[in-house]
Design a binder for this molecule. Structure first.
Ligand code: BG6
Length: 486
């Protein structure tokens, strides 16, 4: 791996503290950092290098996966870190930053490979990218990379504007857009499950699969993010990005170990095949909900509209369910149902493939009431693959049995660590390409408009439930039901 400088904007923020520094440290301990590297943290406040290194130390104590016992290693890691105070709208400040980056490059004899991680609010992406260019920070003899994290715009137009501006400073293959769901080990595993299992490959189509259900339910409410969330809703916060990424990862067809461009090309094909919805059609395929009061883990919780910072008249969606159709040869006619919501009964991210039951009629005649075969991929909090088969019990009755593989491991690196490692190596397989971002906004755009114009009813659902009944009806229309809601 190339030696490099890791320049982190927003270095005193929450994400840096909880995820980014611990990820870098864990990689360092696991010998997955380059041989030499410099880390430069940038923030608005004034800190000395020592003060900042102490803060990083605190975040490692609280959030790192790896032990801090080896003091020499800890010190070596901390010594690689410098801090620079910077007002990111001030161009001159970037020239000072360039001096610091160069000084460290010389001290450590680093090639001019520079990775810029923007862990800041999205409204600062453009100005930082442009100042990186203007100041000469982006003019390197080696490579340069930019890591940014969603939201990439708030609709099709703003996403395009943002991309156009970023592309003045960074080329597409230099931009690493994090969607942390793509860093989840079981989402990454979808690729392997598909190409490494001929049995699944053979069944991965509309001849054998009846429908696919992608769920990301959360128990938390809006938390302290009223300002952001009330303007985004579940549709922008989860659906346009994480949910559609899981859809692409489930529906793509791969036949072999793949490169980043193969995977991205397959994902793009999936999005290009989505049956577009007009604004008027949205109401028949999409359910919108907002949580009311209720009970969660034995505790009473308030309705969304009573949450601090939320207007009582808010029409914001905290739940979205949708029927999505993929019009290609593999999936034509097979519904993919997607749902995500806050304040639901359980935290669960999972994908369920329901298989067709060609012998169902015969089974009914024999009054055998067997359920369909299911392939269930649990992503979070469990990491598990289960196959539901039907088997005869001692009484001679058919009942479902579960063949399962648990992937949970105590010591497994989590999403950010995997993604930071990939970005360091320049592997963009599990980052969102601009094509994916653009096509997903394009598909979601009529939904945004239909919500905006209130063309879709806003159902209130009880906190601690599985969401509005209308979402059950959406599946019932096609003769299906959500699996594993108990
Ligand atoms: C984030 C959303 O992207 O994903 C949050 O902004 C949401 O609202 C979170 O809670 C869920 O992530 P995870 O990894 O807990 O499923």
């Amino acid at each position: 791996m190339d030696s490099m400088s890791f320049v982190l904007f927003g270095a005193t923020g929450d994400l840096a503290k909880r995820k980014i520094f611990p990820a870098l440290y864990n990689l360092f301990i696991d010998q997955k950092m380059p041989e030499s590297f410099s880390i430069i943290g940038i923030g608005r406040k004034d800190f000395s290098n020592d003060e900042f290194q102490n803060q990083v130390m605190q975040s490692l104590i609280t959030f790192s996966r790896r032990s801090l016992e080896d003091q020499k290693m800890v010190q070596e890691f901390l010594d690689s870190i410098r801090y620079q105070q910077l007002d990111i709208t001030n161009k001159e400040g970037f020239v000072d930053l360039l001096d610091l980056v160069k000084e460290r490059e010389q001290e450590l004899q680093l090639p001019e490979n520079r990775l810029f991680y923007l862990s800041v609010a999205p409204e600062f992406f453009e100005v930082i990218a442009s100042n990186i260019k203007e100041s000469g920070l982006g003019t390197t003899k080696g490579w340069k990379r930019l890591i940014i994290e969603k939201p990439f715009g708030r609709d099709l137009k703003t996403a395009r504007d943002l991309n156009e501006k970023l592309s003045k400073s960074f080329k597409e293959d230099e931009i690493f857009r994090i969607d942390h769901y793509l860093g989840k080990p079981m989402v990454q595993n979808l690729e392997a499950l598909e190409f490494a299992n001929p049995v699944l490959q053979a069944l991965w189509n509309n001849q054998y699969i009846a429908n696919v259900q992608i769920t990301a339910s959360e128990t938390v409410g809006v938390e302290e993010r009223a300002g952001y969330y009330d303007k985004s809703g579940a549709i922008r916060d989860m659906f346009q990005n994480h949910m559609l990424q899981m859809l692409m990862m489930s529906a793509m067809h791969l036949t072999n170990q793949n490169t980043a461009s193969d995977v991205r090309a397959e994902k793009k094909k999936v999005l290009e095949s989505l049956l577009p919805l007009s604004k008027e059609e949205v109401v028949s395929h999409v359910v919108r909900g907002q949580y009311g009061s209720g009970e969660q883990n034995g505790k009473k919780v308030v309705a969304y509209r009573q949450e601090p910072g939320i207007e009582f008249s808010s029409q914001n969606d905290t739940y979205v369910a949708a029927r999505v159709l993929i019009e290609n040869d593999f999936w034509k006619g097979i519904p993919f149902y997607i749902r995500t919501g806050k304040r639901m009964k359980e935290k669960s991210t999972r994908i369920v493939f329901e298989f067709k039951s060609p012998i169902q009629n015969l089974a009914k005649k024999n009054s055998i009431n067997n359920g369909p075969n299911l392939l269930v991929i649990e992503i979070n909090p469990n990491e598990r693959v289960s196959f539901y088969l039907n088997s005869k019990n001692v009484e001679g009755n058919i009942e479902p049995v579960q063949a399962e593989y648990f992937a949970n491991k105590e010591d497994r690196p989590e999403a950010y660590e995997l993604l930071v490692y990939d970005a360091l190596r320049g592997d963009s397989k599990f980052f969102a390409h601009w094509n994916e971002v653009e096509l997903s906004w394009q598909w979601v755009q009529p939904i945004l408009e239909a919500f905006e114009e209130n063309l879709v009813p806003l159902h209130t659902y009880k906190s601690g439930s599985f969401g509005p009944e209308a979402a059950d009806e959406l599946l019932a229309e096609d003769g299906f039901k959500w699996w594993l809601d108990t």
